[in-house]
Write a protein that binds this ligand. Structure first.
Ligand code: ARG
Length: 630
């Protein structure tokens, strides 16, 4: 475990941390007011602080007076008056206004925003990322299967898991990224037996692993299909396959070498995709096979805890309270832990993995990023782990589900022939379309500029179309996935994700480049005319647009904290999109270089700088690289 040096627990540090998140600060202040005015027994009352629904109402509102009024039997407006008198909000807010039946409208003070922006100007990360107690967090994501193609579900898991890991790590948590690849199980018996039959030469071994020369993943996938067919039709093949699994699990060198060869082949293919996607290199492969040694113990512990039942020859865990043999319609099927033939299951491995993560990794929080189709699996596995006390109660186990990727026809995303879409093909297609778009726009511009413009173009200004197309294409795929609530299904559409308008990666990339450009130019101008002491900028928020932009910048802490808990990365996309809108409104109505005073000009340049840095930070969390020029 790493020392928790950055996560000091002195009251001062905690207060400073809370102060960055204005919403949390207000909640604390309102809760204090409630207790001071109505007594300890009201400590549990939710202060109901929310962002204001209309700018005219201020920045936040507190709606506690209504429910509190009911509880104390007083008119909400009277309660509101007492809360206003008791609340010590002056450090952050103007005097609250009472509206309607008892809403408190809260307006954040200009100097409170300005002081927070000054922090962000020095280091945008500090505003975003409150200090708090660091946790050890395991994020289980990507997790494709050996000898199979990665599909769009794995793309979602990879992109979402990587973003969440980055966010948590930036907050100061110690994150362990685990790739729980499907590298174990009966399919390997079939595959090895089939390879022995049709491609024995491929099983020649170097360094303990079969070379599988000349075979690609797609060959292995079709071999697996054929092997499965043989397995179902041919008894001799079936028993040979079963024997191969047993031999593999017993450590037979030939079977192990074949298995290693299959793993290496897949690993190389996954690696290419990870590279293209820019997945964090610390994503560590720790597949199902890793937990093989822990399976027996898990079964023993479940048994000792009395949660295992024998049902039709299998050893299973029934949902708590449900009885074997009871009405089968009544609830979900039991969790099978040991099959009737003695084999272990996907769930058995997950139970062993939970034990390892809690005891060896010392994880306090474990996140599983997989499709929503596995919700029941995880609910049952977590419940069984709790009942058998496989993990300390304080360890939080969380399934982070996501919906399906659909084709334009609204059905599961498939190729025209009904096959799984290869991720490599999908990404290449996005890059190809991005490139075509870029070239078309370039041609349009040149046509508009007239025939001689192309000859006079500055070669240094020429952009690398291929590099740009690949950044835009890949970012578009990732951003499209991240920008929607992960719980819903979405229709995969190249046209939509590559559009220049709307909440898309291309829009955000251009918005960033523009803002960064404005900021750079303005700064360069300052340096020439009047060098100034750094860190001495006074941020002025005299216009509604400046204030709105500042308020939104300060809200980053709120959004980041929220995503830490609800693990919904689309909030960051919404935030970034709104930020660029707020910036545009500011830039339209507040001249920067033409500001009426040098002081105001400095302040506006600072706003541009914090906006550019904040946008870059948010996109970086999402795994989207930014470019200064496009
Ligand atoms: N390999 C599985 C799949 O492709 C995902 C594994 C997720 N992680 C876990 N611990 N079960 O769906």
């Amino acid at each position: 475990a790493r020392p928790l040096a950055s996560a000091t627990s002195t009251p001062l540090a905690a207060a400073a941390a809370d102060a960055r998140n204005v919403k949390v600060w207000l909640e604390v202040a309102m809760r204090r007011a409630i207790v001071a005015e109505f007594g300890e027994e009201y400590r549990d009352v939710d202060p109901l602080v929310t962002p204001a629904t209309k700018a005219a109402f201020g920045d936040y509102q507190c709606n506690a007076a209504m429910s509190l009024g009911k509880r104390v039997g007083k008119p909400p407006r009277d309660v509101a008056v007492r809360l206003v008198a008791a609340a010590q909000l002056a450090d952050v807010c103007e005097a609250p206004e009472i509206a309607g039946p008892g809403f408190l409208n809260l307006r954040v003070r200009e100097d409170a925003l300005a002081s927070r922006l000054a922090v962000a100007l020095a280091d945008p990360v500090r505003l975003a990322l409150p200090l708090k107690r660091a946790q050890r967090i395991v994020v289980d994501y990507s997790s494709p299967n050996i000898a199979k193609e990665m599909h769009v579900g794995h793309l979602r898991s990879t992109v979402i898991g990587d973003a969440l890991a980055r966010l948590l790590e930036l907050q100061g948590h110690l994150v362990v990224r685990l790739n729980h690849v499907g590298d174990w199980g009966t399919q390997f018996g079939m595959l090895i037996t089939y390879l022995r039959e049709v491609a024995p030469a491929a099983l020649e071994t170097t360094g303990g692993a079969a070379r599988l020369d000349g075979l690609g993943i797609s060959d292995l996938v079709s071999f697996y299909k054929q092997a499965k067919k043989r397995f179902d039709e041919d008894e001799v093949f079936q028993s040979a396959s079963r024997a191969a699994v047993v031999a593999l699990q017993a450590g037979d060198p030939a079977c192990l070498a074949a298995w290693r060869g299959l793993c290496e082949k897949s690993r190389a293919e996954f690696g290419l995709i990870y590279q293209t996607l820019g997945v964090d290199e610390r994503l560590t492969e720790r597949g199902e096979s890793f937990y093989n040694g822990g399976l027996e113990e898990v079964v023993r512990r479940l048994d000792e805890a009395g949660v295992l039942v024998t049902s039709e020859g299998a050893r299973v865990v029934f949902p708590e309270g449900a009885q074997p043999g009871a009405d089968a319609q009544a609830g979900p099927p039991p969790l099978i832990v040991v099959k009737s033939d003695g084999g272990y299951m996907y769930s058995t491995t997950d139970l062993a993995a939970i034990v390892h993560r809690a005891t060896e990794e010392k994880a306090e929080r474990v996140l599983y990023v997989t499709d929503a189709g596995q919700s029941l699996h995880f609910a049952q596995v977590f419940a069984a782990a709790r009942r058998a006390h496989l993990v300390p109660d304080g360890v939080s186990l969380e399934h982070v589900p996501f919906g399906l990727v659909l084709g334009e026809d609204g059905k599961k995303f498939k190729t025209r022939s009904g096959d799984t879409v290869r991720l490599a093909d999908l990404l290449a297609e996005a890059v190809r379309i991005a490139r075509d778009d870029l070239l078309a726009r370039q041609a349009e511009r040149q046509a508009a500029a007239g025939p001689s413009a192309a000859d006079n173009a500055d070669p240094a200004e020429q952009i690398d179309v291929d590099a740009l197309a690949s950044t835009i294409g890949i970012s578009a795929v990732k951003y499209a996935d991240l920008s929607l609530n992960r719980n819903s299904n979405y229709k995969f559409s190249y046209a939509k994700m590559l559009a220049l308008t709307g909440n898309t990666a291309p829009y955000m990339l251009y918005a960033y480049a523009r803002i960064a450009g404005i900021q750079r130019k303005a700064r360069a101008g300052t340096r020439e005319s009047a060098p100034r002491a750094t860190g001495a900028v006074r941020i002025l928020l005299g216009t509604p647009e400046e204030k709105a932009l500042a308020m939104h910048l300060v809200r980053l802490a709120e959004v980041v904290d929220q995503v830490e808990h609800d693990l919904l990365p689309h909030r960051l996309c919404d935030y970034a999109f709104e930020l660029s809108g707020k910036f545009n409104q500011f830039y339209e109505s507040c001249p920067v270089n033409g500001a009426p005073s040098a002081e105001l000009r400095e302040s506006r340049i600072a706003l541009c700088t914090v906006t550019a840095h904040t946008l870059r930070l948010v996109l970086a969390i999402l795994g989207i690289p930014t470019l200064d020029k496009l």
